[in-house]
Design a protein around this ligand. Structure first.
Ligand SMILES: *Cc1c(COP(=O)(O)O)cnc(C)c1O
Length: 449
């Protein structure tokens, strides 16, 4: 352990970590970064193929984003956002209007993804109270969902690892069966199916639709569940059903937004619009903590009246509309356009995917390989016929993670699902390198267990 590591452990409680693991495996102290490369204080390079928790969109220390922030920094760093505004936020909203699903047009800012989910839920709840449907007080969410870790966001989420202990504190959410495409009970494939599994969601609406304010979904990609991908048909059907039951459709596009799935937003694949959309992560290219909850004129109007009627949305975050975040976000959108980034994603995606398929298919225990955009996931299973998973106590993913770091690649498997979610600017030689290392490490770990 070096000095910095010792001091880190003296002071810092890291997120989502058993700190005791750090005794044997201390934190890697990063000194600087460029593109997809992270460099530690000893000069060792790590390829960041998880986009630093899925937020880095266009590479680290991207000169254009850095310059945009520097320029903003000497003009206006922050200002109260109630009753005050600034050109950078206004410009950002105008630009976003040309990119987001039709019908969304009102932007409410916060500073992280969970906060934007909280905001979406409160907004929907209050909307129904103020539009003559006070019985609509509940929320629906999908099995294995992840929507963040503040209390309401945890409640709509369904990853035991994060949620179980806190159950007594959480809202009673209606849990809806979700597409489970690798283990599809209808034996279909998500790229060609007709979302046959939607029947189960329909049943939930029949039973609970009348008392439900909103359903929240991670569109097409359940990230934390293990990069589970499902069909746009599901979203199409869900949109119809939500309209039928006057239930808001909340799109948590925090992980999927800004080109990750090969379109600007995952909802674009379904060619329908949500009523409320949460964006964060890629929004600022991974530079500044910022999120936006975007909604429709109709929802906005239900809050619009004389002050004394008490219909305002009384929700605020100190850093709402932070100009530095807005300046980064504007530049991200400029780069997506100027450098035709999403076209690039769609050009590179099949190349990356076939590399991965070719390399991993030579290994045993490969249950499923799935992809959307540049995101590729490989699910390891004990038995590829029965799809029985490995004993989680083996911590295969964690073993692979450590080995890959040793060899200079930052993977961060979700259980036994190894995945790549690289910055969109990744080049072919890096795709080749990181997939080689991932296969090598997986092979070693599998043969030792
Ligand atoms: C990361 C994430 C969140 C939570 O965002 P934070 O900024 O970490 O609070 C919510 N939903 C999804 C789908 C995410 O990927």
């Amino acid at each position: 352990m070096n000095n910095w590591q010792e001091e880190d452990l003296k002071y810092i409680w890291h997120p989502c970590s058993q700190m005791k693991d750090y005794e044997a495996f201390p934190p890697i102290i990063i000194d600087h970064a460029k593109g997809i490369d992270l460099y530690d204080i000893e000069g060792k390079c790590y390829k960041d193929v998880v986009s630093s928790w899925w937020c880095n969109l266009l590479g680290h220390c991207n000169p254009r984003i850095s310059n945009a922030i520097k320029k903003q920094l000497d003009t206006l760093e922050h200002v109260i956002f109630a009753n005050f505004s600034h050109k950078t936020a206004i410009t950002l909203c105008k630009k976003l209007m040309t990119k987001i699903p039709k019908g969304l047009c009102k932007f409410n800012f916060a500073d992280n993804g969970s906060a934007s989910v909280e905001m979406a839920l409160k907004m929907s709840f209050q909307y129904h109270i103020q539009s003559g449907n006070p019985q609509k007080t509940r929320f629906m969410a999908l099995k294995e969902a992840y929507h963040g870790e503040t209390l309401a966001a945890l409640a709509v989420g369904d990853c035991d690892l994060y949620t179980k202990l806190y159950k007594p504190l959480l809202l009673d959410v209606i849990r809806v069966d979700k597409p489970d495409c690798y283990r599809c009970p209808y034996c279909k494939h998500y790229k060609t199916c007709n979302a046959e599994c939607f029947e189960r969601t329909k049943k939930a609406f029949e039973q609970y639709g009348h008392e439900t304010a909103a359903i929240i979904v991670e569109p097409l990609l359940q990230g934390s569940a293990g990069m589970k991908i499902y069909s746009p048909e599901y979203l199409k059907k869900l949109r119809k059903l939500c309209d039928e039951y006057n239930v808001h459709l909340i799109a948590d596009e925090i992980a999927t937004g800004f080109g990750r799935t090969g379109k600007m937003f995952a909802f674009d694949w379904a060619e329908v619009s949500p009523d409320i959309m949460c964006v964060s992560k890629g929004l600022t290219g991974g530079y500044m903590p910022m999120s936006i909850t975007i909604t429709t004129q109709e929802i906005y109007d239900a809050f619009y009246s004389d002050y004394l009627e008490g219909k305002a949305f009384m929700h605020s975050h100190t850093y709402a509309g932070n100009p530095l975040g807005c300046s980064a976000a504007i530049e991200v959108l400029n780069i997506l356009d100027d450098e035709k980034i999403i076209e690039g994603v769609n050009r590179k995606a099949p190349v990356f995917n076939s590399m991965i398929r070719e390399k991993f298919s030579k290994l045993p225990h490969i249950g499923d390989i799935r992809d959307i955009g540049l995101i590729n996931a490989i699910e390891l299973v004990k038995d590829t016929h029965t799809k029985e998973p490995f004993d989680s106590k083996l911590r295969l993913g964690y073993q692979i993670y450590k080995k890959a770091l040793d060899k200079g690649v930052l993977l961060r498997p979700l259980g036994d699902v190894i995945y790549f979610n690289p910055p969109l600017i990744i080049e072919e030689k890096d795709m080749d390198f990181v997939s080689d290392i991932a296969v090598e490490c997986t092979k070693e770990v599998l043969s030792n267990n």
